[in-house]
Design a binder for this molecule. Sequence first.
Ligand code: SF4
Ligand code: SF4
Length: 74
Amino acid sequence: MPKGRITVIEDRCKSCGLCVAACPKSVLRISDRINDKGYRPAEQFAEGCIACRMCALTCPDVAIEVFRIDEDAR
Ligand code: SF4
Ligand code: SF4
């Protein structure tokens, strides 16, 4: 299983929660921060991301970037 991580472009996020619901590994949540638009942006709060991209594909505001972590990287 690949390993990954995500970043949220926080000022794009509208706190809809679709990414949280879409993540098969349940590693996303809505944070306590407030962005420039007054929404609480999503965040990755736990390890276990498999870089499946479901969150990024689901986000209507294209606010999520997914990175695959190369386990062979030295
Ligand atoms: S890439 Fe997949 S596993 Fe990783 S946070 Fe997004 S939905 Fe969850
Ligand atoms: S789907 Fe996009 S806009 Fe909605 S909470 Fe997740 S990152 Fe924010």
